[in-house]
Write a protein that binds this ligand. Structure first.
Ligand SMILES: Nc1ncnc2c1ncn2[C@@H]1O[C@H](COP(=O)(O)OP(=O)(O)O)[C@@H](O)[C@H]1O
Ligand SMILES: [Mg+2]
Length: 381
């Protein structure tokens, strides 16, 4: 194991809230951080030691970043694979590596890899052309969800289809790009497993989180999830297996569907820290960002445990600003709730502006706290 010495510079592609927390974690250990993001006022730019403003595929910006950093990581999976070339050419540590990035940014490759490991997903079919739709739809029972193979997030690039006409219209609307058609999963709940793997191949997983979505965007996470021991074990071991298969270095999250009988299916892999892992900032001894930068910089991964019995996290989306500034003063009524904001100047509906966390004696009690506090922010006392 070779640790990059503190004082070295970590490069981060992407300057959103995930990049910002990565940057702050690295800085807390004496590293410098350089961030590339197209937005001048990106959340991570506000804390970076070196701020580069430019597109992720701009050769000049990438060259500048490669010239000044000692290791490179990314905060989102849609970085073009070619953007990593200047770093590879200089022999810099790219963590997670190109294999993980390539496999996780393309749903066809991702599901193929997962199934190849003997791990179940929703039934799915690759769709390369409109002519593929009829057979695939029939094999999946006549309805499903069409997802673009690349570039989707927060439900974008997805359509629920109930007929062949629906499917053809959605495929055309997506620009006839490669897609997957998935069978509908009648899940009882959705979960995620947070995991970090170091350069020696040691992998640590966090107790399973349970996620509720609103309009396809994560709304509330609770931990530990209300699942059986055997479902939890199955999710944690599948996550570790996938991390190994991807030669993964850094933090990742695997999203699961849990069926009413307790069986688990992998939904997707996020090759980075994950929104559901935000509660680790307050309730784990070492947060997901700390684990990520440790592994990326060559340090050993640490035990990944909650130091609270139960915790919850509620996202604060831009909608909360619809009628002006939220009523921050009302948080005085919730001394056990912690507020995190990402420093974004403009609130837009659906935009992740911050989150609340709380812990309590049970997941439901923690959930009640963050939901009540969020509701209070929306109205004067
Ligand atoms: N096959 C499916 N069956 C039922 N619900 C699904 C299926 N695929 C996705 N969903 C729902 O849509 C959400 C977003 O889909 P996901 O594939 O995770 O895309 P994203 O990249 O937007 O997170 C999931 O969390 C789940 O609630
Ligand atoms: Mg998802």
């Amino acid at each position: 194991m070779s640790i990059l010495p503190p004082g070295s510079t970590l490069g981060i592609l992407g300057g959103g809230q995930l990049g910002r927390y990565m940057a702050m974690s690295a800085q807390s250990k004496g590293y410098r951080v350089a961030v590339l993001d197209p937005q001048e006022d990106a959340p991570a730019h506000m804390v970076a030691n070196l701020k580069l403003v430019g597109p992720y595929d701009d050769p000049e910006s990438l060259r500048q970043l490669a010239d000044c950093c000692d290791a490179i990581t990314f905060e989102f999976e849609n970085v073009p694979a070619s953007s990593l070339e200047p770093f590879a050419a200089k022999g810099l540590a790219i963590r997670p590596g190109p294999k993980a990035l390539a496999s996780c940014q393309d749903r066809i490759l991702e599901k193929t890899l997962i199934n190849h490991c003997g791990i179940e997903t929703a039934p799915w079919k690759p769709i390369h052309q409109a002519q593929d739709l009829a057979k695939a739809l029939a094999e999946l029972g006549g309805e499903g969800i069409l997802k673009t193979s690349r570039s989707g997030y927060d439900g974008k690039g997805q359509a629920r289809v109930k007929t062949l006409d629906d499917a053809q219209a959605a495929f055309a609307k997506f620009g006839s790009v490669a897609c997957v058609l998935e069978g509908l999963v009648p899940f009882a709940l959705e979960c995620s497993v947070l995991a970090a793997r170091d350069t020696d191949g040691h992998c640590e997983t966090y107790p399973v989180c349970e996620n509720a979505h609103q309009d396809h965007i994560l709304d509330v996470t609770i931990c530990p999830a209300a699942v059986s021991e055997s479902s939890a074990r199955a999710m944690r071991s599948r996550t570790a297996l996938l991390a190994q298969e991807l030669d993964y270095v850094g933090h990742l999250a695997v999203e699961f569907f849990v069926l009413p009988g307790g069986e688990v299916l992998v939904n997707e892999i996020a090759p980075r820290p994950h929104n559901s892992g935000h509660l680790t900032i307050d309730t784990a001894l070492h947060s997901q960002f700390e684990q990520h930068v440790r592994c990326v910089l060559g340090w050993p991964v640490l035990p990944y445990e909650s130091i609270q019995t139960a915790a919850a996290m509620a996202n604060l989306l831009g909608d909360l600003w619809d009628h002006g500034e939220p009523h921050w003063e009302r948080l005085g009524e919730f001394p056990d709730v912690r507020l995190h904001l990402y420093g974004k100047a403009k609130a837009r509906p659906g935009r992740k502006m911050g989150h609340l966390t709380a812990w309590a004696e049970s997941p439901l009690a923690a959930e009640r706290l963050v939901r009540d506090a969020r509701a209070a922010l929306g109205s004067a006392a």
